[in-house]
Design a protein around this ligand. Sequence first.
Ligand SMILES: [Ca+2]
Ligand SMILES: [Ca+2]
Ligand SMILES: [Ca+2]
Length: 475
Amino acid sequence: MRSIQDLSRPMSAGTTNLRPFRSIGVLVCVLALASCRKEPGSWTASEEHPWASGGSQTVFDAGTGAFSHGFPQMSATASTLHGIGDIQFEQTFVSAPAPVNPGLGPVFNSVSCTSCHVGDGRGKPPAAGEQPISMLFRLSVPGQDVFGGPLPAPGFGGQLQPRAIFGVQPEADVSIAWTEEEVILPDGGTAHLRTPQIAFTNAYTAFPGDMLWSPRVAPPVFGLGLLEAIAGADIRSNADEQDANADGISGKVNEVWDIAQQRTAIGRFGWKAEQPTLLQQCAAAYNEDMGVTNPLFILESTHGQPQYDGLNDDVELTDSVLHAVAFYVRTLAVPARRNTGDPQVVRGEELFSAAKCDRCHIPEHRTAVNVAFPPVSNQRIFPYTDLLLHDMGDALSDNRPSYRAEGAEWRTPPLWGIGLTQVVNGHQNFLHDGRARSLLEAVLWHGGEAEASAQAVRMMTASERQALLAFLGSL
Ligand SMILES: [Ca+2]
Ligand SMILES: [Ca+2]
Ligand SMILES: [Ca+2]
């Protein structure tokens, strides 16, 4: 693989206001030191290219493996650990006792990380008549636990596991039916938006009458180490909970419980930013999605429920495997943008900004200086997210609060790499429940704080919409 240092790719005309840095970079630095922001450390030429979505951890692969590359810039030791985590990410777990990867279940969603995060990319809702594989349902009942998190549903806990090991009952089956409505755009174009109707059947015991649930498809897992490396203060600086600047957008930080640190921390990961760190996100996945206990979650997800086996045995995953897997996702590189010089893409980027998409999908961040882990330190990245929660309107609400996130609030998902979804995952199902079947449908679902943005897209001419989509496709 080529690293970006080897490349001097042409910048697209007018893609950003940084263009002068390339052509007359040195001169600009001399004339306007302030705008060069040389501290801390200095920028390399390659860093100044907005197609380098992951800074120096950008890779050049627009094929099926686009999301699966390790950081191109890390030590040999780090690469080795990444490789160990890679293997673990693909391991299939089986029920205990077994010589290899025991501990699956008693109830579970899937047998390996990669079965949901296929190609390190995203999952999708099940086809008609099928059970979900790469989609899961969080459960709770109204109220909050001692940390402000959701209250587990009696008998079912915090997540529905529709599969179980031999001799144990799956918690329930899931059925999803879709209703579809036609949307007619002002220029005469049409789109079809489908809404899921979710039902749980064959429950192993009665559901609590007031149960709340939240559908989630597996999001892509690349680039996350760079998002983890954004300073908390930077995330907070974009929050505007009371909408003080009156632009209709009021991002808010989720504050969640960090188990390892035993304190409240900024939530960054998952569709509602409910996990503070990649370590905890991965540990929770082992525990809830696969039924594998580990050093952060020592109790089976069935603890306290009728199907709990009552054994207080050793945890089923070692600390070193857990850390290797977390390191693996922390060090997955970001694919470079494509076609940044295409005039349609350039026009689309202007429209993205004009429609105020960039207020939430904030294009650019600089990661904090991190002496302990230089590969993520001081990187100029283009993730297109603020990692904040936004009210997206009733139509997208799951009506299930979690920590500070209300039912209609979701974390702005990063858009980097989104144009490669079809190539990597063979589908274009977007949004938290995968209801959108194209980038346009995803945008048309935007409501709440993003209603004005969606309206701007509806009002666009067909060629403007094509340009916006071409831009999204270039990410
Ligand atoms: Ca287990
Ligand atoms: Ca459960
Ligand atoms: Ca605002």
